[in-house]
Design a protein around this ligand. Sequence first.
Ligand SMILES: *Cc1c(COP(=O)(O)O)cnc(C)c1O
Length: 452
Amino acid sequence: MTTLRNLPSVERLLQTQPAAEMIAANGRPLTLSVLRFTLEDIRTRFKSGQVTTLPSMDLILTQAESRLSVWMKPTLVPVVNATGVILHTNLGRAPLSDAAIRAMDAVSRGYSSLEYDLEKGQRGSRLVHAQSVLQKLTGAEAAIVVNNNASALMLVLAALANRRRVVISRTQLVEIGGGFRVPDVMKQSGAKLVEVGTTNRVHLQDYEDALKEPAALVLRAHHSNFKIIGFTEEPKLKDVANIAYEAGVPVVDDLGSGALLDTARYGLAHEPTVQESLEAGADIVCFSGDKLLGGPQAGIIVGRADLIAKIKKHPLARAVRADKTCLAGLTATLLHYLKDEAEREIPIWRMMSLTLKQVKGRAEAWSVELRQGKVVEGESTVGGGSLPGESMSTYLLELSVKSPDKFLKKLREQNPPIIARTENNKVLLDPRTVLPEQEGAVLVGLKNALRI
Ligand SMILES: *Cc1c(COP(=O)(O)O)cnc(C)c1O
């Protein structure tokens, strides 16, 4: 009769060759735990009658091995982005330049001058690192880098508006995604929200009226991921800034993406640049590091020196501070702009500047290599809450498969996983967002999934 007594002990399993291999690869404590876990699982299923026979030693060890490989599998892994969305928030937004990666690697391997003044040989501040490059690039008096743009906005509001009135247009009370809503962030920071205008229209007069009473700030938020069309009106930042200036109230511009290059060069709408916003009279501008800047996750705040000094002193600044890898990668990314080599060195600008002929050539090469698929015209988008509704022409590889959803799943099971999309029952892959060094992996993955 089969009884649980026939089950081998952990000690016996540990003496086997497969267990020795598990120990060599993953260490003894983890191997012990997975063997115990596997035995316990078998006992439970046996007792509940789910199984009536006990597995062999070999089978127990195989089960333990596969369970251990699941335990050890990281969930954050590189993927191939074949969606054509250049700044895909779910896929980690901007891929970094080689120089940025080298800079991040260099400061992570050992110690760094993060908060050390090498000239004076004493304690320094991490806030100096990207500052001078940002000043040179944007013309701003001062700058501070934090963890991301959401925290940048929160910090600016907390430091400059705490419990006082902040004037914002109803056209800009947006939800950016992931539950980040401008009005909620304003409330969280303790600011008193003063909404002006209507959902579709706001006039200069609305701002003038609101500023008759004392206010801490005027906030302008980029519409980010949506567009209002039709009967709409929003005064120019310059005009709002003039009125605010008269009232002695600073203007904060949350640019969201904050381009440093003109997107119109690539046939897209013009995304307001940081420089333009400052020139128009914004006292503080904040933007993301990993959207159109093409750097690591960061929130960048630039503007008037007296206001930045206040922001730096606020206790929240410590809570949202940027880490050394971010500061190193961001500085290296910013240097590309300073050296006028952004389009060549920063992957997202390289993707945007690819010619139609180049994209078509890549799609055609894939189709030739796979001996199937059709090259069709399509659209790539910028994503990341920038340039809503805008797209760039592209060429796609279109695959006809029996079950597109099952095929997408198969593509996700490749190593690295390939993320594609479907439309009208066809699988579509956009070469624009596939990094050149991933081409080989894409073809191997596609062949696997197609079983060729
Ligand atoms: C994306 C965005 C944010 C948030 O930026 P993160 O860097 O993702 O934190 C804030 N405001 C606007 C207008 C945005 O588009």
